[in-house]
Design a protein around this ligand. Sequence first.
Ligand code: HEM
Length: 426
Amino acid sequence: MAIFEYPEVFLILPCIIFLCFLRIRRWNKSHLPTDWPLVGMLPGILRNAHRIHDFATDMLGVTGGTFEVKGHWFGDMDMVVTCDPANIHYILSKNFANYPKGPEFRKIFDILGDGIFNADSELWEFHRKTTLSIMSNAKFHTFLERVVWHKVENGLIPVLDYFVERGIEVDLQDIFQRFSFDSICKLVLNYDPGSLSIDLPYIPCEKAFNDAVEALLHRHILPQSIWKLQKWLGIGKEKKLIKAWEAFDQFVYPCISQDKVIEEQDDNFDFITAFKKACKETNVVSCDSIEFLRDTFLNLMLAGRDTTSTSLTWLFWLISTNPSAETNILDEIEMKLHAKKDKKWRLFDIEESRKLVYLHGAICESLRLFPPVAFEHKAPVQADIIPSGHCIHQNKKAAALFLFNGKNGKDLGKRLFRIQAGKMDF
Ligand code: HEM
């Protein structure tokens, strides 16, 4: 046989097997995925792609809060992943200037254009200042309270009543996504698409958020060359992202292109008018660019929709699995707000809600266990050493910062909640 003509094969082969054995031993000891020659940890990551939040949380648990991911040799996937509070404080605050989002971030989140999530430096400062000043305006607060009350009274309660009275199972996650989608659209675009109604209408832009977020998560897991190829071929999750992009544009452009001027009266507020006014007072950006307005408002819609619905979904899931917490929440409402348990519904205003200390604690605990924004991604300008002692190389991809404590709302998938007589079970 030809192989016997090359005796060196018999030397190289045991070496490769020995190397693999060492790698597997290292993996067993560290519990991290094996760092294979050429492909790095990619096989282990891809094997766990369907449970990436749980996987990263497990790794953070066994490594004490920080670990290094080794990507393939020709790629850009090397990163440090951390949930260590000292590192997070250092990256997000103490040495903030060294950790912008970076050019890789913009490539992954291309759908967000020049909005706040994609911005660094001057553009980010402009967005931050403008958004903060609009959102801290008293008129915005009044408008916010009115929008949410209206949605609860005319959307959430009638829809839940409808399903309860008929004993029909409903996906509560879907209900909360519709609730937060309608609310955020009304808040930032002054337009209520009415997705939360008893016929649960299909609104392409509302569903597009799910497809977009899933595709963007996969772009973090796959090598750039692979997702770029998928995008070019228009296949897989990239195909869904292209369709989501179209749905966003078809929804947002008509809302912002109307040349309406809302008079500033006591009970009037319009985010688009307020933003355009703020733009005119600066020379950082031009608010004549319709694309820039589209990016700005799409970013705000994304910021408000998934975070709120994910928080509500996990809160209700946790309450439904902890009956004593449910009792405590109801007792507190009865005691502090003098609400009778047998009374059907009553809405509380912001001042009344401040008295509900236990409910506040339950919401905070739910956010701690299942943070809706599960990770952030930063790229260092200069090489650095973070407080845990890990080196952050400037030429490597990023210090990816994962803020995991638990899992993400997406893992709930299509779990069905049964709502019966105001109680929920699974
Ligand atoms: C439970 C609900 C929410 C959670 C848990 C949440 C969480 C977060 C987190 C972790 C960040 C990143 C902060 C950082 O990088 O320093 C963020 C940024 C942001 N959020 Fe929220 N958020 C929520 C609701 C909202 C809502 C309703 C809006 C309104 C539109 C909003 C608007 C924003 C904006 C504009 C940013 C970007 C800030 C910046 O880059 O400076 N968020 N949010």
